[in-house]
Ligand binder design. Structure first.
Ligand code: ATP
Length: 205
C-alpha cells in the first residue's frame, strides 16, 4: 500500500479533489481536521500545549481554539512552536491510521503543510492541487466569508505556490478549465499500477 500526500494552497480545492478520490474507495486522512481532534485527545500533546501556552488554554469543553488562535495568529515564533508540537503528533496519528486501513492500493493524506511539516518524509508520492491565486482568493472569501485582506494574510503564511507545485510528483489543475474528475481518474490508475506493479505485469502476460 502506498502512502500519498495531497497538498496545495488555501482554496486550491484539495478537499474537493479528495472527495473525488473517496468516490474511488480511497481512504483520506484530513490532517487539519484530525489535528483539531488530537489536540483534545493525545495526552502527550495536551500536556505539551499546556506547558507552553498555559494550562488554562484548556477549559471544561477542551481546547479553547479562539484563545490559542489569538496567541499564535500574529506571532510567528509562537505559531512555529505550536506547529512543532502538533505536526509530529499528527504524523504519528496518520501513520497509525494508514497502517490500520484494509486492502487498498493507496491511502491519501490531505494537508496544506505537507512540506513545511516534514510529513512528506513519510509519504511515497505527493499530489499538488493547483489553482491560480485570484481564483483561490475568491473561493476562500466566499467559502469562509472572509475579506480579501484576511485571505491574503493567510496566503502570506503559506509556502510559495510555484515552489510547492515543483516539489510535487503530480499536479492536478483545478483552474475550472480542465475537468478535475478526468485528472483524478488518470492519476488513480497510475497510483494503482504503482502500488501493484506485479498485478499489471500478470495482466499483460
Ligand atoms: P483549504 O486549504 O482552505 O482547506 P482547500 O484547498 O481544501 O482549502 P476546498 O475547500 O476544496 O479547498 O475548495 C475551496 C472552495 O472552492 C470550496 O468552497 C469549494 O467548493 C470551491 N471549489 C473548489 N474547486 C472548485 C471548482 N473546480 N469549481 C468550483 N468551486 C470549487
Amino acid at each position: 500500500m502506498l502512502k500519498v500526500g495531497i497538498t496545495g494552497g488555501i482554496g486550491s480545492g484539495k478537499s474537493m479533489v479528495c472527495k473525488i478520490f473517496e468516490m474511488f474507495q480511497i481512504p483520506v486522512y484530513y490532517a487539519d481536521l484530525k489535528a483539531r481532534e488530537i489536540m483534545n485527545r493525545d495526552e502527550i500533546l495536551i500536556e505539551q500545549i499546556k506547558t507552553h501556552f498555559g494550562a488554562n488554554i484548556y477549559g471544561p469543553n477542551g481546547l479553547d481554539r479562539a484563545a490559542l488562535g489569538a496567541i499564535v495568529f500574529n506571532n510567528r515564533e509562537k505559531l512555529d512552536l505550536l506547529n512543532s508540537l502538533v505536526h509530529p503528533a499528527t504524523i504519528r496519528d496518520s501513520e497509525a491510521w494508514a497502517n490500520a486501513q484494509g486492502d487498498v492500493p493507496y491511502v491519501l493524506k490531505e494537508a496544506a503543510l505537507i512540506f513545511e511539516s516534514e510529513s512528506f518524509h513519510y509519504l511515497d508520492k505527493i499530489i499538488g492541487v493547483h489553482a491560480p491565486m485570484p481564483l483561490r482568493l475568491l473561493r476562500t472569501m466566499k467559502r469562509d466569508n472572509m475579506t480579501r485582506e484576511e485571505v491574503l494574510a493567510r496566503m502570506d503564511k503559506q509556502m510559495d505556490e510555484t515552489i510547492k507545485m515543483r516539489l510535487c510528483d503530480y499536479v492536478i489543475n483545478n483552474d475550472e478549465r480542465e475537468l478535475v474528475i478526468e485528472q483524478v481518474f488518470e492519476l488513480h490508475g497510475i497510483l494503482c499500477e504503482l502500488a501493484e506493479p506485479t498485478t499489471t505485469e500478470l495482466t499483460i502476460l
